[in-house]
Design a protein around this ligand. Structure first.
Ligand SMILES: Nc1ncnc2c1ncn2[C@@H]1O[C@H](COP(=O)(O)OP(=O)(O)OP(=O)(O)O)[C@@H](O)[C@H]1O
Ligand SMILES: [Mg+2]
Length: 163
């Protein structure tokens, strides 16, 4: 894929995991202190790959691994202004209720100045104030193809056709 500049909203076709990493990187370079990224998509759609791209765009220099079992992983990064940032990568797949989400401190994380990157974010959406980045990854026609939609939504503006 040629290099990309992201306009929002946009829909991009990724033909490989490298494409998804690049798109994620370009989004990561746009993130500001306090931003929340909610990633929608089925199991194995590429949410964690996209997060690895975002972390690359935020100059995280440690390996970014799926928080499936830990639920929250934390990294240090910095944005284009060379400001240090704390990044929380959260996977809510195994959580059942909004109380579970609050118990592990996700409400505090999304209210903070840190960056929140959230897989399976449905239970977290009611806790979000302000706006969030909504990333939706759908399968394409080919095995390694993904259709990636990038939007910014106001809190409360949660009703899409599928979620
Ligand atoms: N275009 C693509 N973009 C991203 N991943 C791809 C693509 N094509 C194939 N893949 C593969 O799909 C898988 C995506 O895995 P990943 O862990 O990112 O999914 P996930 O959405 O985080 O899943 P989970 O819901 O289980 O956390 C990887 O094995 C990756 O190699
Ligand atoms: Mg994942």
């Amino acid at each position: 894929m040629p290099d990309i500049e992201i306009t929002i909203p946009t829909v991009l076709t990724s033909d490989s995991e490298e494409d998804t990493l690049l798109i994620g990187t370009r989004v990561g370079q746009r993130l500001q202190r306090g931003d929340i990224v909610a990633l929608f998509g089925d199991l194995g759609s590429g949410k964690t790959r996209f997060v690895q791209g975002i972390c690359n765009g935020l100059a995280v220099d440690e390996p970014v691994v799926s928080p499936t079992f830990t639920i929250v992983n934390q990294y240090s990064g910095r944005n284009g202004d060379h400001r240090n940032l704390t990044i929380h990568h959260i996977d809510c797949y195994r959580l059942k209720t909004t109380d579970d989400v609050v118990d592990i401190g996700v409400d505090e994380i999304v209210s903070s100045d840190d960056i929140s990157l959230i897989e399976w974010p449905q239970l977290v959406l009611p806790l979000i104030r302000g706006f969030y980045w909504k990333i939706t990854i759908d399968p394409g026609d080919l095995e390694n193809q993904r259709i990636i939609k990038i939007e910014q939504k106001a809190a409360g503006e949660h009703d899409g056709p599928r979620y």
